[in-house]
Design a binder for this molecule. Sequence first.
Ligand code: CO8
Length: 295
Amino acid sequence: MLRLGSRNQFQISRCIQQNASRYFSQAVASSSSSSSLLVETSIDGNVATLTMNRLPVNSLSLEMCEAISSGIKEIEANPKVQGLVLASSSKSTFSAGLDLNELYNPDSDRLTAFWRSFQQVFLDLYGSRLAVIGAIEGNAPAAGCMLALSCDYRIMSSGSGKKVPLIGLNESQFGIVAPPFLGHLMLRTVGQREGEIALSLGKLYTPTDALQVKMADEVVDIEKVLERSYACAHQWAKIPPHARYASKMLARKQYLQELHDTRDEDVEAFKGFVMNEQVQKNLGAYLQSLKVKKK
Ligand code: CO8
């Protein structure tokens, strides 16, 4: 399994066609390819792809958050591009959410930078001028679910064999509370009642259940997820951009503004919570449980 050795690795590929090349026969070979790229970006006409590549589970470290934000900005800077497919280089995990190592026994300054970079990912993705389609082939717990819910449209895999991907904000299961902007994203997506239950129980949804509550917009065979995502991205990209973006902002602008206006408070609240002794104990135990799970 490929792994990223250093926290300081932060590179973004500028390759033309990478993930999309799996589906477009006219694809141009990528100019660079390396297991150390945290995200890979590619462009095909007016649709781009951002593939998360922090294996094994695309957990969000500070550098990973920065790479995602830079990738989005790089793609948005190309005026021809209107659609974006957000994908994972792992078929089994879209993203495992925050890298829990960032939260456990943290350095205070790094924790501040980390949380700001995570806020920024949310602002960049949820507020993107692009039509963002989530290609969710694998698991999307916690902040992985946030990435998915920040997309305009979500195509989820029905699973592979006995492996069924799960999506949801599961934080409460291990004694952590989703920050307000994340919790409210859930409520906005699935509605108040379902959202309250989902957040309180830290519920993880199967694809069938996710479809029912609109966390997924479509569920398809795992082999069809990317193909269907590109089809959607091209469809959305045909809508006049100003009308599509204005419609999106109608629903999101105020909500995004609220986080803009309260970023510092949100950082302080997050740090206060994470550095709490009991929360640290819960995090340590949870991290350990992930490691012993396999034994
Ligand atoms: N952070 C760090 N390491 C992780 C994480 C993570 N989130 N998830 C998995 N890993 C590690 C595992 O420990 C394991 O490491 P190692 O190989 O050294 O033993 C490796 O990644 C592979 O993991 P698995 O073997 O478990 O991989 P699987 O393919 O079997 O399962 C899953 C993939 C389903 C994603 C599984 O790894 C999992 O459930 N991970 C935990 C997901 C999770 O609960 N994330 C919560 C993160 S917290 C968050 O995102 C929001 C917090 C809100 C803010 C908090 C405010 C205080």
